[in-house]
Design a protein around this ligand. Structure first.
Ligand code: ZN
Length: 340
């Protein structure tokens, strides 16, 4: 038994000095000192020894046990310290490293164009006003001289909410709201979203943006309209860009005009973008129909005015030579971030 004890002592102490982790230590402890451990087994076998042997052997077993326990404790403390240091090192944060990069966003090209338009017109003294996108038929059509059954309603494929409510098909109802609530002089622009039941293609989208302009005062003439739009064209697209008016028809203006701008791509020489004409159709405009003024409670004998309506997307496409409306809506960052 003495030999066995010596053997255990040497072997276990050797194992302990080799151990490389606290879990290994625990394994050794259980195999020697645990309930079913080697040393515990020896202690249990003491009953078979002669009575005079027992005290000496008990002493020996206790010595071995104490030696192993001491070594366990010492080695345990050592390994814990090593493991703690390893963990601290693994979790260390280098506060001098640069942070994760966050790229800055950029404006959507349509918003850039819209902001520029607003800037130009506010620079000329216009006030920005807004109106609801879910609009009464009354403002969207009736007050703009488009009564029920008027053919112009067919041209604007309208989303109806119910019989008297629509998703506005243009920003013109904001004009009607302004004219019915304010007295001249009036000088406003109304940018915003509008809705038509159109299939999406290179030049159409069921949701798009318009910017309406309205001026009402005494002695306002078509020359004021022409001068205003010429100045806008110059500021938006550069020197040498002017406007051309072609007779047209809108129910709420009389006379009405389709307005072309000098093609900014070829400066009027003719190119593919303008189909060789040197002009690009950009907006509709005209003198506010006296009947509309009257319906909105403004005396057409005393006051006159003009109105114009831009497609904002169209202005942006022309400004940046973008060939297809869809690029504006597909949200491809490779495309969108080119414009700043
Ligand atoms: Zn051209």
């Amino acid at each position: 038994m003495e030999n066995k004890l010596r053997e255990i002592r040497e072997r276990v102490l050797a194992e302990l000095s080799e151990a490389r982790g606290t879990s290994k230590l625990e394994q050794i402890r259980v195999s020697v000192l645990g309930k079913k451990g080697e040393l515990t087994g020896l202690l249990r076998g003491m009953g078979q020894l002669a009575p005079e042997e027992r005290p000496r052997m008990g002493q020996l077993v206790n010595d071995v046990r104490r030696a192993i326990e001491e070594e366990l404790e010492k080695k345990g403390a050592e390994l814990k310290e090593i493991e703690k240091n390893a963990r601290l090192e693994a979790e260390a944060v280098d506060v001098t490293l640069p942070g994760p990069e966050r790229s800055a966003g950029s404006m959507h090209p349509m918003n850039i164009a819209l902001n520029r338009m607003v800037e130009i017109f506010t620079g000329m003294g216009y006030e920005v006003v807004e109106g609801p996108e879910v609009e009464y038929d009354h403002y969207n059509f009736e007050l703009l001289n488009i009564p029920k059954n008027h053919p112009a309603r067919d041209a604007q494929d309208t989303f109806y909410i119910n019989e008297n409510t629509v998703l506005r098909t243009h920003t013109s109802p904001v004009q009607a709201r302004i004219m019915t609530t304010r007295k001249p002089p009036i000088r406003v622009i109304c940018p915003g979203r509008v809705y038509r039941a159109d299939e999406a293609d290179a030049t159409h989208s069921p949701v798009f943006h318009q910017m309406e302009g309205l001026v009402i005062d005494e002695n306002i003439t078509m020359a004021d309209l022409k001068g205003t739009l010429d100045e806008f064209a110059r500021q938006m697209y550069g020197e040498g860009i002017s406007t051309r008016f072609r007779p047209s028809f809108f129910p709420f203006t009389e006379p009405s005009a389709e307005v072309d701008l000098t093609c900014a791509n070829c400066h009027g020489a003719g190119c593919r973008m303008c189909k060789g004409t040197g002009w690009i159709e950009v907006l509709g405009a005209g003198m506010v129909n006296p009947h509309v003024l009257e319906m909105c409670g403004i005396d057409p004998k005393k006051y006159s005015g003009f109105a114009f309506g831009f497609g904002v997307e169209r202005v942006a496409l022309l400004r940046y030579n973008i060939p297809n409306l869809r690029y504006l809506y597909e949200n491809d960052l490779r495309f969108l971030t080119q414009y700043r």
